[in-house]
Design a protein around this ligand. Structure first.
Ligand code: SAH
Ligand code: SF4
Ligand code: F3S
Length: 440
């Protein structure tokens, strides 16, 4: 039987999709090239904002239409964060779904598919095993194909309970994988040709896995261990919560060239009043101190961030403070979102919800400034050289694309490099979201 996995949401979901793909291939299922060609369709879902959840429901509608037109039998699985957070709603709105598995249950995918095929069970909700946390030990250890730049989840779940966020409900409590397990996985990726690894965690700086000596190991020590691996050229980690970034990690950036000088450090808002209502547990002043500390050790550190506009109670003055913060820090890149109320989260029932029209207006103002900063950051490299790790062929002949150490997308057109090479590129031009250059 042929399968397809459609992945929504963050990098952790992409990672989970890849591990599910390995499990299905190992069980003898084969990849399909398109939705039409597949008989097993897996939606690995995200519910961070309402739009993300609704995307699943519209895709489930499209699949229903496909099923109605076909005489073939289909199996539909919904996995990931919507499965955990809104599983009952999925079954109610799309009773043609056969399998529902939350993010901590995805190791069961092949077994559930086998079972569904044999018994024709439909609409079976698996237990919400958020406490179990043993999926990593039970997922297939065999990897089928990997890319030049890959991910490893090292920490999962979140205990921070920011008042707008579903992650603690969808992924469960914070949990760190053992050091030995992570190193083994990194070695397996390197053998398959990966040159860059990004370590993933919803609160990655809170990593506290068991080391070989039985002692707890922190993120900086784990990075030091991974930096020793032969064949690995670049290391990144995401997402850092400003409250957990310490001097030890900044020093690790200074000491290890393999650690890319770019960091994603979401601030969310530039007003202390809003940050407190968000339960972010830091102030603007503390965030700025953290930025200063990072740049003391790595003056060239490129910072990216996330912002939410229109959080309940956000006044024009609060929003103005966000703009001031952006002007102070100067980000190399950023994501920004309109606040989206999520069921069961504290902020959804706060008074003073902001009208959509105000959110849209503020988002536009913020995005214009962030885009300008990204352009300025990129333009500052014209005529200069960057180390680019080439990850894939470009759209045109002789075109190759990769990423600079500062996480910018870079394309060259004199394709004398191969995928996996790190090469010095002289930047000749900047486009909206990428750089063009030639091999130096
Ligand atoms: N663990 C990361 C964030 C993961 S979610 C952190 O603490 O920064 C990714 C981003 O989605 C968040 O940084 C936030 O900007 C945004 N986000 C999360 N919940 C949201 C909501 N309810 N509405 C709008 N944006 C949201
Ligand atoms: Fe969500 Fe906050 Fe945890 Fe990030 S730190 S995942 S925003 S609860
Ligand atoms: Fe979405 Fe779940 Fe990631 S809600 S952002 S897929 S942790």
């Amino acid at each position: 039987m042929r399968f397809i996995i459609k992945s929504y949401g963050c990098q952790m979901n992409s990672y989970d999709s890849q591990r599910m793909e390995d499990s299905l291939l190992k069980a003898g299922y084969r990849r399909a090239n398109s939705l039409e060609d597949a008989r097993l369709i897996v939606f690995n879902t995200c519910c961070i904002r309402e739009k993300a959840s609704e995307k699943l429901f519209s895709d489930l509608g499209r699949v229903r239409a496909l099923m109605d037109k076909s005489s073939e039998k289909f199996l539909i699985a919904v996995t990931g964060c919507v499965a955990q957070f809104q599983g009952q709603e999925v079954l109610k709105r799309a009773p043609w779904v056969n399998i529902i598995l939350g993010p901590q249950d995805i190791h069961q995918i092949a077994a559930k598919v086998d079972e569904s095929m044999k018994k024709h069970v439909s609409g079976k909700l698996t237990a919400a095993a958020l406490g179990a946390q043993d999926k990593f030990k039970r997922l297939s250890k065999q990897f089928f194909r990997r890319n030049i730049a890959e991910f490893i989840t090292i920490q999962e779940g979140c205990d921070n309970f920011c008042t707008y966020c579903v992650v603690p409900y969808a992924r469960g409590r914070e949990f760190s994988r053992d050091v030995a397990e992570i190193i083994q996985e990194a070695e397996r990726l390197i053998l398959l040709g990966s040159k860059e690894i990004t370590l993933l965690g919803q609160n990655v700086n809170a990593y506290a896995g068991k080391g070989p000596d039985g002692e707890k190991c922190d993120l900086a020590s784990l990075l030091e261990k991974l930096a020793q691996l032969k064949g690995l050229k670049r290391l990144r980690y995401v997402t850092s919560h400003p409250r957990y970034v310490d001097e030890k990690i900044a020093e690790a950036h200074k000491k290890n060239d393999i650690l890319a000088p770019s960091l994603h450090l979401p601030i969310q808002a530039g007003s202390n009043r809003v940050l407190e209502r968000m339960n972010r547990k830091y102030t603007v002043e503390e965030y700025l101190k953290c930025v200063q500390m990072l740049r003391k050790h790595r003056p060239d550190m490129a910072l990216s961030s996330d912002f939410i506009v229109g959080f309940p109670g956000e006044t024009d003055e609060d929003f103005q403070q966000t703009i001031e913060l952006v002007e102070k820090v100067k980000f190399s890149q950023a994501y920004s979102f309109r606040y989206s109320p999520r069921p069961n989260t504290a902020a959804a029932t706060m008074a003073d919800q902001i009208p959509d029209s105000v959110k849209t207006k503020r988002l536009k103002i913020l995005q214009d400034i962030l885009n300008k900063q990204q352009n300025e950051f990129n333009r500052s490299f014209v005529g200069k050289r960057l180390n680019v790790l080439f990850t894939k062929n470009g759209r045109h002949k002789n075109q190759m694309t990769g990423r600079s150490e500062y996480a910018q997308a870079v394309t060259v057109c004199d394709g004398v490099v191969s995928v996996g090479d790190i090469v010095e590129v002289e930047v000749t031009e900047t486009l909206a979201h990428s750089l063009i250059g030639r091999i130096a």
